[in-house]
Design a protein around this ligand. Structure first.
Ligand code: 5RP
Length: 230
């Protein structure tokens, strides 16, 4: 079974949680896109939902496939957000932002009554941190912010490369016009402490540690899906 098929299995399970009339946060990434494709089929059959996309990329796909969209300002309180993740632990702490949409993803998830994560078994870890942690930063003062991130991590015993994400020769720019630092810290034993500490740095706009946001993860394996709930 290929990776795409597992994403479809997770997306199919997630779709079962979508009800008529829901205000839906719609995530970003290849797994979330499988969900959008399935959702679009249901919409074509008559399911009524209003979607709030977490990125311009997701918005484009939704519009192309006929999923009705609103802005978060039009629908500031959402029933459910469905989104992918780069890592999930068994307490439903996540690393997100591999697709560069972490800021909007976190704002949308926080505005939702529930967040369901869709992923495959390769994303499940005992301890977060194998996947580099995306940290969205203001372009102003980039070098100073990178040093501050380094110092804050080192106080927590974390070291490793902190790389500016690139697109070709240029810095990768998020939908909000910010840059991303990908921090290869390895095992993050105290994700809560790191999250709080990163917020104390003025140039840090947001980080990819999603803690206490998801209430359910649908994890697809080669044969079927299982869930992790808190
Ligand atoms: C985007 C994200 C994605 O949800 C995450 O990168 C997972 O993507 P994929 O489903 O393609 O593996 O956080 O910012």
């Amino acid at each position: 079974m290929d990776a795409r098929h597992m994403k479809i299995i997770a997306a199919q399970e997630a779709l079962k949680h979508v009800e008529h009339g829901m205000r839906l946060g719609i995530g970003t990434g290849s797994t979330a896109e499988e969900f959008v494709r399935l959702l679009a089929e249901k919409v074509a059959e008559g399911l009524e939902v209003r979607g709030v996309p977490t990125s311009e990329r997701t918005a484009r796909l939704c519009l192309e496939l006929g999923v009705p969209l609103n802005s978060l300002d039009e629908l500031p309180e959402l029933d459910l957000t469905i989104d992918g993740a780069d890592e999930v632990d068994n307490q439903l702490r996540l690393i997100k932002g591999g697709g560069g949409a972490l800021l909007r993803e976190k704002i949308v998830a926080a505005a939702s009554a529930r967040m369901i994560v869709i992923a495959d078994e390769s994303k499940v870890v005992d301890t977060l941190g194998k996947y580099p942690l995306p940290i969205e930063v203001n372009p102003f003062g980039l070098a100073a912010t990178r040093i501050a991130v380094e110092k804050c991590a080192s106080r927590l015993g974390l070291t490793g490369d902190i790389a500016l994400r690139k697109r070709g020769e240029d810095a990768y720019e998020t939908d909000g016009g910010h840059y991303i630092l990908d921090a290869s810290f390895g095992r993050i034993s105290d994700a809560e402490a790191l999250a709080a500490s990163l917020y104390s740095i003025p140039g840090v706009v947001e980080h990819g540690l999603f803690i206490n946001l998801a209430s359910l993860a649908i994890i697809a394996g080669p044969q079927s899906a299982r869930t992790i709930a808190v």
